[in-house]
Design a protein around this ligand. Structure first.
Ligand code: ARG
Length: 273
């Protein structure tokens, strides 16, 4: 009996040791930061249809992507001493491109959701959002309550949290497209009655085109689980996640996140389409 106990205790120690070693192995296998430093480039994926987070600008006949996410990404790249490369990918494909390591990170005004957490990891939040319905100026008083949305055709980006919210927080028929810019064009053309967008994105349209658009008065309830925007990181890359969280904390504490957001809004008003 005594012997059996000792044997069990011994086995437990061995198990702990093996477990510990396996843990170490995993740590050293995470060369995420080193890999990026060796490459000399941090490649991010974004969907440039979401001003002020990301939007295209023509510079000397060339299309460049600007915005809050790009500014944050540039700071992260600088913190690692590498260059930044921005890849424009339609929003619904971003997660799989990250899973396939076509990009190192995704910064796309992306909300951390339970479902996405099955596929990728997320940084700490770097923005808090709410949602609005963008309408034509002449329809400014069309949607004041949830009931007012009954029978309407509302647009939402495919695979976005706006699509999820549209289905639960409105009584409308939700029309999805892969690009938000397609939805707003359809709104202007009268093919849609409204587009569900992050508040700051919807406001950007109203600011830039005050004669065309307005915000509907109806306020959709957004659960806490859909309020935070985070950077998406491949799974099992704790070193990269730590590096990013450290930089976000620094940018937050020094007030740079707020400053960059305001700057991105101004740049879009000035140079964006
Ligand atoms: N926050 C929403 C989501 O994560 C929408 C993000 C859309 N981003 C974009 N770049 N189009 O689903």
């Amino acid at each position: 009996m005594k012997f059996k106990k000792k044997l069990l205790a011994g086995l437990a120690v061995v198990a702990l040791l093996v477990g510990g070693l396996a843990g170490c192995g995993k740590q050293s296998a995470d060369n995420s930061v080193k890999r990026i430093k060796d490459k000399g480039t941090l490649t991010i994926g974004t969907s440039a249809d979401f001003a002020p987070f990301e939007f295209p600008v023509m510079r000397n006949g060339k299309k460049v992507i600007m915005g809050y996410d790009i500014m944050v990404a540039r700071k992260i790249a600088q913190s690692m001493g590498v260059k930044l490369k921005v890849q424009n990918i339609e929003f619904p494909s971003l997660i799989s491109e990250l899973q396939n390591h076509k990009v190192d990170l995704v910064l796309a005004g992306m909300t951390k959701t339970k479902k996405r957490e099955n596929a990728v990891d997320f940084s700490k939040p770097y923005y808090t959002e709410s949602e609005k319905i963008l309408v034509k100026k002449s329809d400014a008083n069309k949607f004041n309550t949830k009931a007012d949305t009954k029978g309407a055709n509302l647009g939402a980006q495919q695979s976005s949290t706006q699509e999820t919210l549209g289905k639960s927080e409105t009584d409308a028929h939700i029309v999805t497209e892969s690009l938000t810019t397609g939805l707003t064009t359809d709104l202007k053309a009268g093919k849609l009655d409204g587009v569900i967008l992050a508040t700051t994105v919807a406001e950007q349209y109203v600011k830039k085109y005050p004669n065309d658009y307005a915000l509907a008065k109806y306020n959709m309830k957004v659960p806490n689980s859909l309020k935070y925007l985070n950077i998406a990181i491949p799974k099992n890359e704790p070193a990269l996640k730590k590096q990013i969280n450290k930089e976000i904390t620094h940018l937050q504490k020094t007030g740079q996140l707020d400053k960059m957001f305001k700057k991105a809004q101004q740049q879009q008003e000035k140079y964006g389409k």
